[in-house]
Design a protein around this ligand. Structure first.
Ligand code: UN1
Length: 510
């Protein structure tokens, strides 16, 4: 088959999945457009209409009008909508996963896992719909009640990235909807079809639940669309997932209008491998975290800090595992590493590997282009394992490709210092059987990340926990635990049910 005929087949497969989902694919007109594209061939699939800045304004205004109704719908009833979304996602799990594979290049198992993550967050949000609520605190005054109430916040603007083109939207949207907030979504330009499909399922759930139609609006487009969303005064919360550079631009823009933002930005995640680690388990955990999703997760393991006594053994085991990695068509049975999203990613990976060597590093294995004859325009690479003499400036940056830098340490203090010596603070792990070491890594003086694991890798977090990180990762938390609070506003209430008017702090004003 020629590349063009493969692309043609991919487009037909995508359109068939969209049709089963019940999504209509708009045709491009005179206005701005964008292309759906597949990293499986590197070619364009379809041309789609993009939103203009004026479209963003009308989407936000429509969502805001929906808010005025939705905020007064009881939260457990709002949960009914999310329950329906979860059912539809379950029914169309394979269809949506197929689109994720076609547009983001994920292997089938990981694409299905992404949709499972969406179903899981719907379950969590439905449960939350009966739990979001405040506390009652003792008042210092007799006959008074001091309590807090949590109210819906307003329109949430969601900006998401190509690598989790549907799940990150669902973490935000399922929680926002039960919290009483409509969503306007600006997805990555690289994954428009996944977003059209996800939005269509939510539209159907909205219709089936008799909820306001404009509770969700999708705005496809480029940077101008994102900027218009970020700056709109009716967007109460901007939840943005992407690069540190993007976050550095979004934060100040929202802050300038005193809006709220929730940022989930780059990671430069590391694992410490201690002398007592179970190395069979560690190697499996490291390989999944470092090469899963072809190194394109924000939680991808990018640094390994190994005790010097075991480093040669660990590197040898990893090199063996890396040499056996099946790289290729993500739809093929057995493939573990699919394509990079585009040629720019490969160029950045190459440049990073060249800099690593300039910094005294050695590429142990990988880093090569893998030719897939049927798809010359696709970008396949073998994941790279690189030994570094120290943590150079390069290693402190996130390169969104499968490169794992290996460094050594002698004492745990030194390992923690190397670990924390980067700007990002998303995910981390330690492989050890020494409880004292594990506890130190988990303590306030250990890892400075938002996610700190023991004896598992850095990626593949469950939705039950709060997801996000510190420092240049942005500080936001999405998904489980009490992350819902970011999507609501808190009112503190003092209710006087006495006949007196005592003032707090004993103030006398008579
Ligand atoms: C991301 O890469 O933006 O923990 C999200 C994980 C997934 C989510 C990753 N549950 O790897």
């Amino acid at each position: 088959m020629t590349t063009t005929s493969i692309t043609h087949d991919l487009a037909a497969t995508a359109l068939a999945a969209l049709e089963r989902i019940g999504a209509s694919v708009p045709t491009a007109g005179d206005g701005p457009t964008l292309h759906a594209r597949s990293p499986l061939t590197g070619q364009n699939l379809l041309e789609l209409p993009a939103a203009s800045v004026a479209d963003v304004d009308s989407a936000v205004r429509a969502a805001h009008r929906a808010f005025l109704t939705w905020r007064s719908v009881p939260a457990p009833v709002r949960g009914g909508l999310v329950k329906r979304l979860g059912q539809l996602l379950t029914d169309h799990k394979a269809d949506l996963a197929e689109l994720i594979t076609i547009e983001a290049g994920k292997i089938t198992s990981e694409a299905l896992g992404e949709v499972q993550e969406m179903i899981d967050i719907c379950d969590l949000a439905v449960g939350l719909s009966r739990q979001i609520g405040g506390r009652t605190m003792p008042s210092e005054r007799p006959g008074h009640r001091l309590m807090e109430t949590w109210h819906p916040l307003g329109v949430v603007g969601v900006i998401s990235a190509f690598n989790f083109p549907a799940a990150v939207w669902s973490w935000n949207t399922a929680v926002a909807l039960v919290c009483g907030d409509p969503v306007v979504w600006k997805p990555s330009e690289m994954t428009p079809l996944v977003s059209i499909a996800s939005a269509a399922l939510l539209d159907r759930a909205i219709a089936d639940s008799d909820a306001p139609r404009d509770l969700h609006r999708l705005v496809l487009g480029a940077r101008d669309v994102g900027e218009a969303l970020v700056q709109h005064r009716h967007v109460a919360l901007v939840s943005a997932t992407g690069s540190e550079r993007m976050g550095a631009q979004v934060g100040p823009l929202v802050a300038a209008r005193n809006g709220r933002y929730l940022l989930e930005l780059g990671g430069n995640n590391a694992a410490v491998v201690a002398p007592t680690a179970d190395l069979d388990l560690a190697v499996r955990g490291i390989v999944f975290a470092a090469v899963g999703t072809a190194g394109q997760r924000c939680t991808t393991m990018r640094r390994l800090i190994v005790h010097e006594d075991i480093v040669d053994d660990v590197v040898a085991r990893l090199a063996t595992a890396y040499r056996g990695l099946p790289v290729g068509d993500p739809r093929a049975e057995g493939t573990l590493v699919g394509p990079l999203i585009n040629a720019a990613s490969r160029d950045r990976m190459r440049a990073a590997l060249e800099r690593a060597v300039d910094d005294g590093g050695t590429v142990v294995v990988g880093g090569e282009t893998v030719e897939v004859p049927a798809a010359p325009g696709a970008v396949y690479v073998s994941p790279a394992l690189v030994r570094m003499p120290h943590q150079s400036a390069l290693v402190t940056e996130e390169t969104f490709a499968p490169i794992l830098y290996v460094m050594t340490y002698r004492t745990l203090d030194e390992a923690i210092e190397i670990h924390n010596g980067v700007p990002q603070g998303l995910s981390s792990s330690i492989f050890t059987r020494d409880q004292r070491e594990a506890e130190r890594f988990l303590s306030e003086a250990g890892s400075d990340c938002g996610i700190v694991n023991v004896n598992i890798g850095t990626s593949g977090a469950e939705i039950g926990g709060a997801f996000g990180g510190e420092k240049s990762t942005g500080g936001g938390r999405e998904s489980g635990s009490d992350a819902w609070r970011a999507y609501m506003r808190r009112a503190t209430n003092t209710v006087n049910y006495s006949d007196e008017l005592p003032l707090a702090q004993g103030v006398n004003f008579a």
